[in-house]
Design a binder for this molecule. Structure first.
Ligand SMILES: O=C(O)CCC(=O)C(=O)O
Ligand SMILES: [Fe+2]
Length: 250
């Protein structure tokens, strides 16, 4: 990494430790955003109206989560075109610094899911405040088990339903009130939001006519079972052919 990138990474780590989240501005350039739009057109499968209504009617529950099915749908299984983003050294350095460390004989970080999202087609119009770490039944305040990253393809504004955070709530030992005041982030296409699984967050409703797409890349402590069972989704031959830096994350 260049000196500038090192500085940027150090600042991001400080902010995640302090507030629970941060934004890397201009993480990918205009060409990178155009490439992501092309990939989103090809691989993003929006939920139909029926499925959206059904999902909105019930409470989203991890008990319905099928990790093998999710792995098969992951972009990493379908294409090699996002490998450079998933293995970006800046993101991996941040993940290694903020995630709860495990025993030295385990890998430090694993990828735990990669896919497109759109404010139009999320399971609910508004996502209520939650912690991403809640999928695991253990907790050390301020030491996340998961690092979530959202790479903006379209503009993120409060009006388009951008991600909302309760700054500093990764250190709280009590659940937050669902109506707690939040900060809605603003991102230009190409910006990357990173947040630890401990911070309370959600997203607003898209009140614009535009889309609010992003590429979500999730990382988890290397000693935990990732949500997505990639090993089951890749054949042995496919696994052997993955770029080395990606294979290390799987
Ligand atoms: O899509 C967003 O803005 C946030 C969604 C969310 O809660 C997540 O990705 O964990
Ligand atoms: Fe979340």
């Amino acid at each position: 990494m260049s000196t500038d990138e090192n500085l940027c990474v150090d600042q991001a780590i400080t902010e995640i430790n302090k507030n629970g989240y941060t934004i890397l501005r201009g993480f990918v350039d205009q060409q990178g955003v155009e490439d992501l739009k092309r990939l989103a057109d090809k691989y993003f499968k929006p939920l139909g109206m029926e499925a959206r209504r059904a999902a909105a009617a019930r409470d989203y529950s991890y008990s319905e989560f099928d990790s093998k099915e999710a792995a098969r749908k992951s972009l990493l299984v379908q294409t090699r075109e996002v490998d450079d983003l998933v293995t970006d050294q800046r993101v991996l350095s941040i993940a290694e610094a903020v995630l709860l460390e495990g025993p030295p004989y385990y890998r430090r970080v694993r990828t735990a899911g990669t896919g497109f999202k759109d404010a139009y087609t999320r399971e609910r119009d508004v996502r209520s405040l939650h912690r991403d770490d809640a999928i695991y039944p253990v907790r050390i305040p301020g030491k996340p088990l998961v690092l979530n990253t959202l790479l903006a393809i379209d503009e993120f504004t409060p009006e388009s339903g951008s991600t909302t955070f309760v700054p500093g709530s990764h250190l709280w030992d009590k659940p937050v009130d669902p109506d707690h005041e939040t900060v809605a982030i603003e991102m230009d296409p190409g910006d990357l939001a990173l947040f630890g699984g401990e911070v309370w967050h959600g997203h607003g409703q898209n009140k614009t006519n535009g889309r609010q797409r992003c590429l979500a890349m999730l990382y988890v402590c290397g000693w935990l079972q990732p949500f997505n069972d990639y090993n089951a989704a890749f054949s042995d031959e496919q696994l052997a052919e993955l770029p080395e830096n990606l294979a290390e994350l799987i």
